[in-house]
Design a protein around this ligand. Structure first.
Ligand code: MN
Length: 285
């Protein structure tokens, strides 16, 4: 099951990818199942019911006419830094013994196809291709052994980073939260459609078609189950929480010369079985 959210004149539509097309319903339709973040709060069976409804009542949606949004409005975006061995090495920082956690707010992300915005005040917008895990069941002090029961699905994430702002202080928050500097999508893929913990999936980032990051999710230092367990030690994870699991080697900052994103570029994050998140880059107006 792959769900997308799209803009309509009457609000946020929801569609299911089905046999090569998208079957969608908009608000106001009798069978509209509601936005994905609401379905997540209603438990995993709600996603299955929505999929059945969309297969039965959904209308084919031309996504060229209906811009994609992030598949859900995240409740929180919880990001993990330095979580691939090769990326930790390229930054020159020691391998972490516990996850490095920071946060982004929903205003910092766009959906697939929407422009990521290069800010006026910096020339150092960088990509970070990542796997995002979406929480579907609440929990606190979750054991690693049943952590994956709390994950409803997965998506691609671009943890777009304004490096000079990120690194001029010890806290990365400002450089990770420029408006529309990152992306989530194109779809929410239900967990059952992927290997346990979305492990062993190829993850690649391309800029203007050139491969800049290429790794596998089995290279995560802290895997999805470990992250769910570790985060839940501190706070109750909630449906709609998005965990961005970190990026592999090959970020623009680590290249010689650095490879910053600029207006006119197109950045793609592709994860095997999850999809391709594709964003043009535009200058802040
Ligand atoms: Mn990141």
């Amino acid at each position: 099951m792959k769900f997308v959210a799209f803009e309509t004149r009457v609000g946020v539509g929801i569609a299911l990818e089905h046999e090569g097309e998208h079957l969608g319903l908009s608000p106001g339709h009798d069978h509209y199942p509601g936005p994905i973040e609401n379905l997540l709060s209603e438990g995993r069976s709600a996603l299955r019911r929505a999929a059945a409804t969309l297969r039965r009542h959904g209308q084919p949606v031309d996504l060229a006419d209906a811009p994609l949004l992030p598949p859900l409005v995240p409740r929180r975006i919880i990001c993990v830094g330095l979580n691939y061995r090769d990326h930790a090495e390229e930054t020159g920082l020691p391998l972490p013994e516990v996850p490095t956690v920071f946060s982004r707010w929903p205003s910092s992300i766009v959906g697939s196809g929407q422009p990521m915005i290069a800010p006026k005040l910096s020339s150092q917008l960088d990509y970070e291709g990542e796997l995002a895990a979406v929480i579907g069941r609440p929990g606190r002090h979750i054991a690693r052994t049943n952590a994956l029961e709390h994950v409803a699905g997965y998506a691609c994430f671009n943890d777009g980073s304004v490096r000079d702002y990120q690194l001029r202080t010890a806290q990365w928050t400002l450089g990770k939260n420029f408006d529309r500097s990152g992306a989530l999508g194109p779809a929410l893929v239900a967990s059952e459609a992927l290997p346990e913990g979305a492990s062993g999936l190829a993850i690649r980032t391309r800029v203007n078609g050139q491969l800049v990051q290429s790794s596998s999710t089995d290279q995560l230092i802290f895997d999805v189950a470990a992250l769910v367990s570790a985060l839940s030690q501190a706070f109750c994870l909630q449906p709609g929480d998005v965990i961005a699991t970190g990026t592999p080697a090959g970020v623009g900052m680590a290249r010689q010369p650095p490879g910053w994103l600029a207006a006119g570029d197109v950045c793609e994050v592709e994860i095997e079985g999850v999809g391709t998140l594709r964003n043009p880059v535009r200058n802040e107006s």
